[in-house]
Design a protein around this ligand. Structure first.
Ligand SMILES: Cc1cc2nc3c(=O)[nH]c(=O)nc-3n(C[C@H](O)[C@H](O)[C@H](O)COP(=O)(O)O)c2cc1C
Length: 209
């Protein structure tokens, strides 16, 4: 049985286009492969705290010497790691905030980046251990940042996501961009229709693979 991890991170609740499109894609992928399960991790309704002293203290202490708060944070990280490792496919919804990803999603990366579990240092340098996953990133923004646009250098979301996913071993990554929402250059419905076509193509090609 295959499994999809759906990670959503927009603080805009029902108004979020990244959450809506990411959910549609995960559900389409699941529907096309009977028996597929979706594990849903909404980082806004159940946020992972920022890295703090307890988290770091917990990671670098033997289990029997951790305080209760330290253990709780390590448990949260272990659970996020297990969920990620268990997935065949990962669908991430992210809306750009101040030229980068939502801080809730940054915290998720901070909790799943674990030496010895999701990456390790070998003689050849850092090696990602989260291998064999197909990853889709639904990236929504008001501005237009795709290659060649004047604002492209201001986009710190896509480079960060590519780097971090690659660092952890996830190199089979497809971005579905939803750009210009609310900008007025074209109707939002047209932008969303295009995103829907992209997820249909992605779901069809996943089925054909
Ligand atoms: C606090 C905040 C900051 C934002 N910063 C940017 C930005 O730097 N660049 C941009 O193009 N859009 C920015 N936006 C617009 C969002 O990226 C856009 O609304 C997108 O649709 C958000 O994703 P969502 O619909 O999944 O919530 C920002 C929106 C909010 C609420």
């Amino acid at each position: 049985m295959s499994s999809i991890l759906l990670v959503t991170s927009s603080p805009r609740a029902d108004a979020s286009v990244s959450t809506r499109v990411a959910t549609q894609l995960a559900e389409r992928l699941a529907a096309s492969q009977p028996g597929t399960k979706i594990a849903r991790r909404d980082l806004v309704s159940a946020p992972l705290p920022h890295i703090d002293g307890d988290f770091l203290g917990g990671l670098f202490s033997p289990e029997d010497q951790r305080s209760v708060p330290q253990q709780k944070l390590v448990d949260a990280s272990d659970q996020a790691v297990e969920e990620l490792l268990a997935a065949d496919t990962v669908v991430i919804g992210a809306g750009m905030i101040n030229f980068s990803i939502p801080s809730a999603l940054k915290s998720w990366f901070d909790y799943v980046a674990r030496a010895g579990k999701t990456f390790r240092y070998s003689e050849a340098g850092p090696e990602g251990m989260v291998k064999g996953k197909r990853v889709y990133v639904i990236l929504a923004s008001k501005g237009i940042y795709t290659a060649g646009s004047p604002a492209a250098p201001m986009d710190h979301a896509r480079p960060y996501l590519k780097t971090m996913l690659g660092f952890l071993g996830m190199t089979d990554v497809e971005f579905i961009d939803i750009e210009g929402i609310g900008l007025g250059l074209e109707p939002d419905e047209d932008i969303l229709d295009r995103a829907e076509s992209c997820i249909n193509v992605a779901a069809d090609s996943a089925l054909a693979a």
